[in-house]
Write a protein that binds this ligand. Structure first.
Ligand code: PHE
Length: 452
């Protein structure tokens, strides 16, 4: 057992280090690749509103709960849930929550790494000036060529997975922490530049209207589920990533303040990405609903035509890859921490085992974009299936379980002691995790199932 003031895996050197790492986990492909394309597929404004509402009413309170459980347990999510259930006198089976989270992280990373691989391929294209003066048709062709090539995608997916394992091996302070130090501010700056370009590209107003004028007739229960699931996905909630990061958090740090910062930064990055992308979509007569290729078919157009576009393109893809890496290491960390605690492996072996298994599933995901694109279950190919299963089902359910544990199982005095927030704030938080979060998630599920 650990001594409760520190995890055996190490500790963040400061509050700032934790903020960087947790923000690094939250900000990733979810913000820059996924948010714009699912917004495009689900009709824009109304979808964005539901997503923002879910971040505020579910995401923030559950993030507070998840960090809190992690810090109190100080171990991998599985063992944290075991010891917290024992402390609370709750059913020991609560530790299955840790298992589900580990599985979700594993399933997400399998496709996350493939998409990050696309970004690596585009980094090379940017370097060789491939986007220069290209038109929308050419840029689209470029993306289709990559989709049609399993070999290229597997190559880049492998490179990304090796990078992830490399950073995970180096451990909390050396690997995870250093990887994110300069990244966030730089990413922010480049997004602002892209927004500035989008403002001058012509279809800015149309892009903004698409993003921020809600038309609720455009969304149905499925879209609401996707928006809600994305709130969990983008904040890295419901699978133990934030819990395991919380377990490396020093005791004196304010969890609530930190959470507001992380959620705020994450939301701003997603909105900036949307504001940069949709004006380009409309100015070039592209399909807003073109799917996972959306950013790869829009941003290169900007880089191909803006002043300094070569350099900005290069920088953008470098930053996107780092943003993806600082998320991927958190997807696999629960598994690695658990392997180290229970299977007597060192971090190196644990990273190699879990990374390799994920890599293999990722190869299947690559095929789902070409040779297996018609192999479907529930009308979804492997990529779509993994995405739906994790973001729309496992993360919201995991998040609600965390909320229920923190709200109903744990001793209130323990939660108060961890959070140290004023009484009204504590009451509001409790209300959200005890009632609002479980009710909201189940209502949405029932709607999707057609029961309501
Ligand atoms: N939040 C990350 C992103 O937006 C993805 C992620 C999900 C990371 C779940 C960890 C856990 O890209």
């Amino acid at each position: 057992m650990t001594d409760k003031t520190q995890s055996i895996h190490g500790q963040w050197s400061s509050r700032f280090a934790f903020i960087l790492a947790a923000t690094g986990s939250a900000v990733g492909l979810g913000n820059i690749w996924k948010f714009p394309y699912i917004t495009g597929e689900n009709g824009g404004g109304a979808f964005v509103m539901v997503y923002l509402l879910c971040v505020a009413a579910l995401g923030i309170p559950i993030m507070i709960a998840e960090i809190m459980l992690g810090r109190r347990g100080r171990q991998s999510p599985i063992n944290t849930m075991k010891s917290l259930a024992a402390e609370a006198g709750a059913d020991p089976r609560w530790h299955y929550l840790g298992w589900c989270g580990m599985l979700a992280g594993f399933l997400i990373l399998a496709y996350y790494s493939v998409i990050a691989g696309w970004a690596l391929a585009y980094l090379v294209k940017a370097f060789f000036g491939v986007f220069m003066n290209s038109n929308a048709e050419e840029i689209k062709r470029l993306f289709e060529n990559l989709m049609e090539s399993p070999i290229q995608q597997i190559f880049w997916h492998t490179v990304f997975m090796v990078l992830t394992m490399h950073y995970v091996m180096r451990g909390v302070q050396n690997g995870l922490e250093k990887a994110v130090h300069f990244l966030m501010p730089a990413l922010f700056v480049i997004l602002i530049l892209l927004v500035a370009y989008a403002m001058s590209s012509g279809a800015y107003e149309q892009g903004m209207a698409f993003l921020f004028n809600p038309d609720f007739s455009k969304i149905d229960a499925d879209a609401v589920l996707t928006a809600m699931g994305h709130a969990f996905f983008t904040l890295s909630l419901g699978m133990g990533a934030i819990m395991v990061y919380g377990s490396y958090l020093p005791n004196h740090v304010s969890i609530a303040k930190t959470t507001f910062f992380i959620a705020g930064a994450d939301t701003v990055v997603a909105l900036l990405a949307g504001i940069a992308i949709f004006p380009l979509v409309f100015a070039n007569n592209l399909e807003a609903s073109s799917g996972p290729g959306l950013i790869f078919q829009t941003l290169p157009l900007a880089f191909g035509h803006m002043g300094g576009g070569w350099l900005f393109g290069l920088l953008f893809f470098v930053l996107l890859i780092f943003a993806a890496l600082s998320s991927s290491i958190s997807l696999i960390e629960p598994a690695v921490a658990w392997l180290v605690e229970n299977k007597n492996l060192d971090r190196r072996q644990a990273s190699i085992w879990s990374g390799s298994a994920c890599w293999l599933l990722g190869v299947g995901v690559v095929f789902s974009f070409n040779i297996w694109s018609e192999v479907k279950l529930f009308d979804k190919n492997l990529f779509q299936l993994l995405d739906y299963l994790t973001a729309n089902l496992m993360l919201p359910l995991g998040g609600v379980a965390i909320a229920i544990f923190a709200g109903w199982m744990m001793k209130q005095s323990h939660a108060e002691q961890e959070l140290e927030i004023p009484a009204e704030g504590f009451k509001a938080w409790q209300f959200l995790i005890k009632y609002v979060a479980p009710a909201a998630v189940f209502l949405v599920f029932l709607h999707v199932l057609g029961v309501l």
